[in-house]
Design a protein around this ligand. Sequence first.
Ligand code: FMN
Ligand code: SF4
Length: 517
Amino acid sequence: MKIYVPCDAAALGVGADRTAQAIVAEARRRGIAIELIRNGSRGLLWLEPLVEVEAGGTRMAYGPVHSEDVAGLFDADFTSGKPHALCHGATAEIPYLKKQERLTFARVGITDPRSLEDYKQHGGYRGLAAALTQKPADIVASVTASGLRGRGGAAFPAGIKWKTVLGAPGAQKYIVCNADEGDSGTFSDRMLMEGDPFVLIEGMTIAGLATGASQGYIYLRWEYPQAKLALEAAIAAATTAGLLGQNIQGSGKAFELAVRMGAGAYICGEETSLLESLEGKRGQVRFKPPLPALEGLWGKPTVINNVITFASVPIIMDRGAEFYQHFGSGRSRGTLPMQLAGNIKQGGLVEIAFGMTLRELLYDFGGGSLSGRPIRAVQVGGPLGAYHPDSQFDTPLDYEAFAAIKGMLGHGGIVAFDDSVDMAAQARYAMEFCAIESCGKCTPCRIGSTRGVEVIDRLIAGEDAAKQEVILRDLCETLTYGSLCALGGLTPYPVISALNHFPQDFVKPARASSAAG
Ligand SMILES: Cc1cc2nc3c(=O)[nH]c(=O)nc-3n(C[C@H](O)[C@H](O)[C@H](O)COP(=O)(O)O)c2cc1C
Ligand code: SF4
């Protein structure tokens, strides 16, 4: 009998290892034979550690299961899928999961991330098999036709980037995966790498075949040690099986892959800083042009894509561009794994086609705030994303719809705040974040962000507030148009959205009373 206990970092953080040990010990004590599988997370984070039991061909979910609950579960005969207060029925029928459209995350939480066999049994490596029968230009054409856009934040069409690298002259080209995942409230890259590392490896291998690159690197944030273990084990297994190496599946084509750890700087998620860091230098933004696609890692043509971008490619190659293209709305095609975090009752991962509204995500999936108070503001798209008020919650989750309300979907991170939030403090925090994380290369960001914190402080203190607001808006305009990269360029999003949508929070008692006087 199979029992699944996630080895995902979010589950480990709430005691999954202790739960797994207690299950093994209790089964031994009772003489019950079990096979314990450490799967990825299903993404229902409020139920972690979520234990699943395969009973009669159906996987039943119990959660959150802590070590002290284990004896009681055995007493209730949970190994036969019997009822218990912690039982949520068949996992696949839990509405949070059932309503999703999991393409990229199709296997996460289902398979054993350490087992290449399991990966293959669940459709893995079919995309690579298809790619191996095609010319590079045809693979690129499929990725372009699928409508896949970069999932790291900027939403640039993946096929166009790949085409540039394919057409670039050069004997040595590189595939680089951006696994820095620095955005607040985001964890989809981590969940995928820990729960289904082979799909990323397969996607990067297809990118290598499509562009003529024979070496790949995964640039992984150092805070992800479990992902490192999972990736390295999967790379070793794929290499042994001839799915990586000098002669992939006897095709005569080569693709090698290695993991490199970052050192902990938000700016190293920006692609050119990332390349500097990979080359062993200080992570500082490069001027563009040249584009990394033409002169990237060590000056060679380089594809840089986010984890989810690469991981979306195998299903496109397997099921066809049209299948993928069919999901989504407008120019936002396919699915986006949204990550619900902050003050939210049911935090977790929701992979869904573009087009659902933010409100549906917050309430139908998230169940409202954890505190039970009204959700007042939501930051979408990481620390550089705008704060949205309730009046914008009916906006569909697609790239263009969010751009139209001066926001962005970014990497799909959603951080919810209830009505106890102080939005002036949030605006100050956003500006301070820019000051702390600035790489220092350009003046508007390096100096402007520090001055910006001072101006917000004076504004909040009510020192000639009207004038400070004018200065702040002017400074934000300079950041928007004068910054070299999007760290300085987008910091005005959270600052100005807080000011525009929640102006009352910037009026502190001193200012209010002087105004009244
Ligand atoms: C300050 C800053 C931080 C970024 N951090 C990340 C990150 O952590 N992960 C990521 O994939 N992209 C990040 N990006 C976007 C990358 O520069 C780049 O657009 C991305 O790696 C391209 O891959 P994609 O087209 O698949 O999204 C960041 C950009 C900026 C300006
Ligand atoms: S905007 Fe900031 S992070 Fe970006 S290049 Fe300029 S100083 Fe560096």
